[in-house]
Design a protein around this ligand. Structure first.
Ligand SMILES: [Zn+2]
Length: 305
């Protein structure tokens, strides 16, 4: 029997094999398609029907679109080079609920009430300045046995950013978490899931695990509760890390109503329980020993990398 947690310790310090989904192919296909279109337009003799300027504008805008898709894809998926990152846990009947951008004086309490009602533990990625603003709400998260992760101090995008700003965003939050909650966290999630290679390196070198997600509720898009719930119940899979929000807004770091998320949550938990899932925190997910995967991964990675 392998020691608990050995799997993740090994795995997190080596590049991991990604599960390539159909969606990944779709994005790459679209980018490739646009690139081909650019090439065709470039090659075609359009002098009679369109002006050279229009041709150049078309090429430039299509190239920009293709590049944006590739960059977005890289930001979210990092083309398989993802040491120190987790997007999902081992394939066991567990899921981890995560809530970003809190604490919020209105909605975090509501989320906590729903979690309490269903006796489920979750992980909250808190924004440093929000903890300072609403320390009592943040304290309740800890008091009720949930886990807390670092979601930067100001919730501004980390790309591009200097080492100095990165340090401030991450360690100012660590300070606040320690000061108000009396704990330390090694879990970090970048705002909007956007990070660069230098952000990843910085985070990993400072002993954090960069926690992303494998199922998003897309609750920031003001979807009705039934849709948020339907989406999550449909896409939930063994070892899923589910992303929801208990605060936040599209542009500012707080302000939107999260009532739909709260209502969706009340449907999601019983539905997933019925499917046989158990709810764990992100750390618990990382510590679940997956013996059958360990035996393959350790040797395979050693040879490959
Ligand atoms: Zn966020």
């Amino acid at each position: 029997m392998k020691k608990k947690g050995a799997y993740w310790r090994k795995k997190l310090h080596r590049p991991r094999i990604r599960h390539v989904s159909l969606q990944d192919f779709l994005w790459l296909f679209i980018a490739l398609f646009i690139a081909t279109a650019v090439f065709v337009i470039y090659q075609a003799d359009l002098t009679r029907s369109v002006s050279p300027l229009l041709k150049q504008v078309a090429i430039a805008s299509l190239s920009f679109l293709a590049l944006s898709i590739l960059i977005t894809y890289y930001e979210y998926h990092a083309f398989s080079k993802s040491e120190g990152i987790i997007r999902r846990g081992p394939k066991e009947m567990v899921v981890a609920l995560t809530f970003d951008d809190g604490p919020s004086p209105e909605y975090t309490d509501m989320v906590l009430d729903v979690l309490k009602k269903h006796q489920v533990k979750a992980t909250f990625f808190l924004v440093g300045k929000h903890i300072r603003k609403y320390p009592q709400v943040a304290k309740r998260i800890i008091e009720e046995g949930h886990e807390v992760g670092n979601h930067t101090y100001s919730h501004r995008d980390l790309v591009p950013s200097s080492k100095r700003r990165l340090y401030k965003e991450i360690f100012e939050t660590q300070k606040v978490i320690n000061e108000y909650l009396g704990i330390n966290t090694r879990l970090f999630r970048p705002p909007r899931g956007i990070f660069s290679e230098s952000v990843r390196k910085f985070v990993v070198n400072h002993g954090f695990t960069l926690v992303l997600w494998s199922v998003s509720g897309v609750d920031w898009a003001k979807m009705p509760p039934a849709l948020i719930a339907k989406r999550i119940i449909r896409y939930a899979h063994p070892g899923a890390i589910i992303l929801l929000h208990d605060s936040g807004a599209l542009i500012r770091s707080e302000g939107h109503s999260r009532l739909n998320t709260v209502r969706a949550l009340d449907r999601i938990i019983p539905a997933l329980k019925e499917k046989g899932y158990r709810f764990v925190t992100v750390s618990e997910l990382m510590n679940i020993s997956a013996v059958e995967e360990t035996s393959v991964s350790a040797e395979e990675f050693a040879i490959k990398y």
